[in-house]
Design a protein around this ligand. Structure first.
Ligand code: G6Q
Length: 545
């Protein structure tokens, strides 16, 4: 047994769980008209309501006790102070410095990182203004109309999600396209609509060695040079976002057009750095800095607020409550906002790559469940796809619902219907529908059909959190993303795992390299299990016939 599951706070929580696991949320609301006030918090323009959870007045204090027991307060200080908390990679974790709008000095190895952060932001500002105004010209003298940002994982998901979410703030004369996949369909489908002399490529790669990104970058370079036959054109059509100056120069990009960031920025936490260049180009630097400000406000909230009023801490503890005590396997994220359609994808990486670990900080296998499976889709589309399982399936799936009170668009009736669904689903999830209620709704003939009656019963009591945002502005989005980042951090601290490495993505990459060379070989392949050998052989037959 690990010290976590043997600890006092954990054992007390386990006992409490057995006492209240079947508490009816529906009854809890009837019994306590103050439940919403008690279990909700407002942070600037975000209202966080966690009253629709299986918790009583006793639950949260016990969960706060767990947070205290694992030394969360000191761990938060360590992260903000730039200590080496990513111990396997010997790195500080300082995405908070990228949005430190207070400019408070933050030291890594005795050096204040803020002058560098501000220098790169200033460089991004000049560049964005030049491209957006049309002053920056392509090689043939034409202004840029299309940006293609090539990057994968942390160098792709965040920028794509944010620039989609903030499309209403975007320049109509500048279109942004994202290419990640090594599948040629990704780049080919994007490039076929573009004019090389009006296209600017951003190669976003921390290492500048990632196979997918580099192959796509070379394909982009060839595409450009097929049309504009002078290699000097590269300097006007390619910029890089990286920590690797040498490789950027080797690729042929003018290092004056390289936007740097640092090894203390983890890939999946990097959209706040120059990795967000495509976002800044789309929405302008003022709006990009608003995004940073929103995140900074949450950083300050997280850093300075007591656990009882600390939204990321509460989000994390509720997640632990379901993950470790109710044995929930997954967590659904359901933005009622089409602009946030990529948010579940982005959060999948942020959460699952951070906390999908089974070894603790001391190198021991854990004997408790760690990060949940994160999934979801924008509402109302999800309602017509998988909500059946959330309402009536055999699995308990805690959900996060989020929506903006004000829309950027001009079909007010649409927004009202969207919001009515956004409120209805969490309510339906807790209330369910009893046998008696079902019978009241049936015709007399239908009441005879016991299968029909049973099928229409909803057990209810299914928990959720609700985030009501005033409007999806850059600032509010920045805040929302930072809430989730810190939730992930807190859970990593409780589970005593390193949330900032990602060793689990390496093995498949190594095997793919071996297989790549075998795909060209005429010899029978026998080095794998019989399934993989046979599949490779069948692939070659299909490919070559
Ligand atoms: C994220 C990971 C990973 C990384 C990509 C791209 O935290 O480290 O998703 O972002 O593998 O890496 P490069 O930016 O180095 O190309």
């Amino acid at each position: 047994m690990s010290s976590l599951t043997e600890s006092k706070a954990w054992i007390v929580l386990k006992n409490h769980y057995h006492q209240i696991e079947n508490i009816s949320i529906r009854n809890a609301f009837k019994e306590d008209p103050n439940r919403h006030n008690k279990f909700s918090l407002q942070l600037n323009d975000i209202l966080f309501d966690y009253s629709k959870n299986r918790i009583t007045d006793e639950t949260m204090p016990l969960l706060f006790e767990l947070a205290k027991q694992v030394g969360l307060e000191a761990k938060i200080k360590s992260m903000f102070a730039g200590e080496i908390i990513n111990t396997t990679e010997h790195r500080a974790v300082l995405h908070t410095a990228l949005r430190n709008r207070s400019n408070r000095p933050i030291y890594v190895n005795g050096l204040d990182v803020m002058p560098d952060v501000n220098r790169v932001l200033a460089k991004m500002r000049v560049f964005c203004a030049s491209v957006r105004s049309g002053e920056w010209k392509g090689y043939t003298g034409k202004a840029i109309t299309d940006i293609v940002s090539i990057g994968i994982g942390g160098s792709g998901l965040g920028p794509r999600m944010v620039s989609t979410a903030l499309a209403p703030y975007g320049s109509d004369s500048l279109k942004i396209h994202y290419v990640s996949n090594i599948d040629e369909a990704d780049i080919m489908e994007k490039l076929k609509h573009l004019a090389p002399d009006r296209t600017l490529f951003i190669i976003a790669s921390k290492t500048f060695t990632t196979q997918e990104t580099m192959m796509n970058a070379f394909a982009a370079k060839n595409w450009l040079l097929e049309s504009i036959k002078d290699p000097k054109a590269i300097a006007r059509h390619f910029v890089a976002v990286s920590t690797n100056t040498e490789s950027v120069a080797k690729f042929g990009i003018d290092t004056d057009n390289m936007f740097e960031f640092w090894d203390w920025v983890g890939g999946r936490y990097s959209l706040w750095s120059s990795v967000g260049l495509s976002i800044a180009l789309k929405i302008g630097m003022d709006n990009f800095e608003e995004l940073l400000s929103g995140a900074h406000e949450v950083d300050e909230h997280f850093r300075t607020t007591s656990f009882e009023k600390n939204i990321p801490v509460i989000m994390a503890l509720l997640g632990v409550w379901y993950n470790n005590f109710f044995d929930c396997q997954s967590h659904a994220v359901l933005p009622y906002d089409e602009s946030l359609r990529y948010f579940p994808d982005y959060l999948q990486q942020g959460d699952m790559e951070s906390n999908g670990k089974s070894v603790d900080m001391q190198g021991q296998n854990v004997d408790y469940s760690t990060g949940p499976i994160i999934w979801g889709r924008a509402g109302t589309n999800g309602q017509h796809a998988f909500f059946q399982l959330i309402h009536q399936g055999t699995k308990l799936i805690p959900c996060d619902f989020m929506a903006a009170a004000n829309s950027h668009y001009y079909l007010p009736e649409h927004h009202k219907v969207l919001i009515s669904n956004f409120f209805a689903q969490p309510e339906a999830l807790i209330n369910g529908l009893t046998r008696e209620e079902v019978k009241q709704q049936l015709t007399p003939g239908e009441q005879e059909d016991s299968v029909l009656v049973a099928s229409k019963v909803f057990a209810g009591n299914r928990p959720s959190n609700t985030f009501l945002l005033k409007k999806l502005t850059p600032k509010i989005l920045g805040s929302l993303l930072a809430l989730y980042e810190h939730k992930i951090f807190v859970q990593g601290v409780i589970w005593n795992i390193n949330s900032f490495d990602q060793m689990g993505v390496e093995l498949g990459k190594v095997l793919a390299k071996t297989i790549l060379s075998e795909l060209e070989s005429g010899e029978p392949i026998e080095s794998h299990d019989c399934s993989t050998n046979a599949l490779i052989s069948s692939y070659k037959q299909m490919r070559d016939c």
